[in-house]
Design a protein around this ligand. Structure first.
Ligand code: MG
Length: 281
């Protein structure tokens, strides 16, 4: 794969991504795929999808998990519902995640990714149990010859590094999403990228504006088209170069309620990234 191929976040039937056809139409060579609903994770469904993706010339570089019952309607509700952190659903979701890892092998993808949720304070029993759960997932993922990437944003860079060190496994890495740091108010994305850069193995090209200082971390910032938010795409790409990242630049635009605008914004983002890649890469 050449350096910094463009990518796009896609969905089959779950998640907020665009369909494969959009990636094909925009001639984007790679994608992150939101795992489909369970009935579409069978080997037959996976093989049908893989055939379609190959015909479209789009390679899946990461499969993202998502679970029923998750909602991102507010930061508070995200903390209560997302990932493996909520204790009531932890075991069931961990089991489901193994199935998603298996689905990823069926489509020939060696990376699975996860919004683990708002990692609790390290002094709690919930934290210690989360470490054990994550280790058991990593064993399954390893058996499938895969790595696991954790999405950034719901923790500060410090807290995420601390958690990864406590898990202490060699197949746990980071999917860096600079806009999430802004949306959740968890830190300056460029500083965070420098801090966790040695573990970054995939990224999202997403942009956002900070919430007002008084409500930052309590209320969402605002997602924007790429290049119109507070990330600073040129600085982001220069920092990716600095940390030695050469993988896909995967565009994420989370406005599925407006598919026409979503596709138009992604089209503009492709152009922006191609221009920046020519200038910086
Ligand atoms: Mg993301």
């Amino acid at each position: 794969m050449s350096k910094w191929p463009i990518g796009v976040f896609t969905s089959v039937d779950a998640g907020l991504g665009v369909h494969l056809e959009v990636a094909q139409e925009l001639k984007v060579p790679t994608m992150h795929l939101h795992a489909p609903h369970v009935e579409n994770r069978t080997r037959a469904a996976a093989e049908a999808f893989l055939k379609k993706a190959k015909a479209a010339g789009v390679e899946t570089t990461v499969v993202f998990s998502g679970f029923e019952g998750e909602t991102y309607e507010s930061i508070q509700r995200t903390a209560e519902t997302v990932g493996l952190v909520p204790e009531a659903t932890r075991a069931a979701r961990a089991a489901e995640f193994r199935g998603i890892s298996d689905f990823a092998t069926y489509i020939g993808c060696s990376v699975v990714a996860l919004h683990i949720g708002f990692v609790p304070d390290s002094s709690t029993a919930s934290y210690r149990n989360l470490i054990e759960t994550t280790r058991s997932l990593l064993d399954h993922v390893k058996m499938n010859g895969q790595n696991l990437h954790l999405e950034t944003g719901q923790e500060s860079a410090d807290h995420l590094l601390h958690f990864i060190a406590d898990v202490g496994r060699d197949n746990l890495f980071i999917n860096f999403d600079p806009a999430n740091m802004i949306l959740y108010g968890t830190g300056n994305p460029i500083e965070a990228l420098k801090q966790v850069g040695h573990l970054v193995r995939s990224i999202h090209c997403k942009d956002a504006k900070w919430a007002a200082p008084a409500v930052r971390g309590k209320e969402w910032g605002c997602e924007t088209p790429l290049g119109e938010g507070d990330v600073g795409m040129e600085t982001f790409l220069r920092t990716l170069k600095e940390i030695g990242y050469t993988g896909p630049l995967t565009i994420e635009r989370e406005i599925p309620q407006d598919p026409v605008r979503q596709k138009a914004d992604i089209g503009k983002a492709v152009k922006l990234l191609e221009d920046l890649r020519a200038k910086i890469g």
